[in-house]
Design a protein. Structure first.
Length: 389
């Protein structure tokens, strides 16, 4: 057998092309690993803490000062400024020195004891969604605590015992038990999808590039001869190096996420690695499909990057697909990352039996099977070897 033909010869040729290309080295090796380091470092604290706010205390009594101390004791809140002027506090928010302003009105403690229902007013900057939401929770909590404290103090002044007052002040007690991510760690919530999403984007683009660059260079017919006129050998030989490289990168992702950072992985290594591997070959299959559908290197590459970016929004990890338009809900199934996300939730977070995720694994493998229908089209493109700019 000629050593210059066959699947291994194409594999070796593609590997040499990868290691000799600066674009491939930066795009395949440096970009995902550097992104992993940056994202994990950015979210190393898990949850934003000590977010600066301003307090306008117009009452300035022991009750208002106690309320301020309670708020400052919250982990997420840092009272950076205390002002007697709301205008000054507003200007600090406009300069983005603080992300919220709490205003305690005049005669707050006096009105509270006399039953005049004073109002605590707070403003949060929801242009920064996470910090605004977290501060809103803390301010709402401290307002509830203040109301309960005033009610308790008023009841005791009227001669009631604490046991008699509490059912009135707090008739219903609640217990919160977040599932899957009990620490409310944003790194668990975001990085387990941002990194695979980035991986899918790179795979899509380099799959299209690996095929389209042959037509652009005019080497399509030569490549077919190397593959003994078998388009299956050509596609497999060209994409196998990328499959191996991205699988190794996926192992790095898993080691950093699940072992170094101890993120939840209830069903162990193999179901999640199978999830990553299926995502890799599904993205490659989708890349082949896009190249076969559009039959234009530049257009297919542009559509690949577009799909790779849209997938972050339509996957459902930041905004539920059930709340989207029904057509978008159906469309989300055409994105491999959507099925990866559902497997991740079931296998890593919830730890349910793997049989419940078989449909999602099958959906990822379906992208590979669908790619076979476009092999004939790609073979014809290689034979004709016409590059359309």
């Amino acid at each position: 057998m000629d050593s210059n033909t066959g699947l291994f010869a194409i594999f070796k040729r593609e590997w040499q092309r990868i290691v000799s290309s600066k674009i491939c080295i930066w795009g395949i090796f440096v970009t995902p690993l550097l992104s992993m380091v940056i994202l994990l470092w950015m979210m190393s604290s898990g949850l934003p803490s000590r977010i600066p706010i301003a307090v306008v205390d117009l009452d300035n009594t022991s009750t208002s000062r106690s309320l301020i101390r309670q708020l400052d004791a919250f982990e997420k809140t840092d009272i950076k400024f205390k002002s007697l002027s709301f205008r000054e506090a507003r200007q600090q928010m406009e300069r983005m020195e603080v992300y919220a302003v709490l205003t305690i009105p005049q005669n707050f403690s006096k009105d509270a004891v006399s039953g005049n229902q004073p109002k605590l007013v707070y403003y949060t900057n929801n242009a920064f969604l996470i910090s605004g939401s977290l501060l809103f929770q803390d301010l709402k909590t401290v307002s509830t605590l203040a109301a309960a404290a005033v009610g308790l103090k008023t009841g005791i002044a009227k001669g009631y015992t604490e046991l008699q007052i509490m059912p009135i002040v707090q008739p219903i007690t609640t217990q919160s038990h977040p599932l899957g991510n009990p620490w409310l760690n944003y790194s668990v919530y975001l990085n387990n999808m941002l990194l695979p999403g980035l991986l899918q984007l790179l795979i899509l683009m380099f799959t299209v590039s690996a095929l389209g660059s042959e037509i652009k260079a005019g080497t399509g017919t030569k490549l077919l001869k190397m593959g003994n006129n078998s388009i299956l050998k050509v596609i497999a030989g060209k994409l196998l190096p990328y499959t191996i490289i991205f699988s190794i990168i996926a192992l790095f992702f898993m080691s950093m996420l699940f072992y170094y950072n101890q993120f939840p992985l209830h069903n162990g290594f193999w179901p999640m690695f199978a999830n990553y591997f299926c995502l890799i070959i599904a993205a490659q299959g989708l890349g082949v499909i896009l190249f076969g559908v559009f039959r234009n290197y530049r257009l297919a590459l542009s559509i690949s990057s577009l799909i790779g970016m849209v997938t972050f929004s339509i996957t459902g990890f930041s905004f539920s697909v059930l709340a989207m338009n029904p057509s978008l809900y159906a469309l989300s199934n055409l994105f491999p990352l959507r099925h990866f996300f559902l497997i991740y939730v079931d296998q890593a977070l919830n730890g349910i039996p793997i049989g419940y995720s078989m449909y999602q694994y099958a959906a990822l493998l379906a992208f590979v099977l669908l790619a076979f229908f476009f092999l004939g089209v790609i073979k014809k493109m290689f034979k004709e070897n016409v590059y359309e700019s």
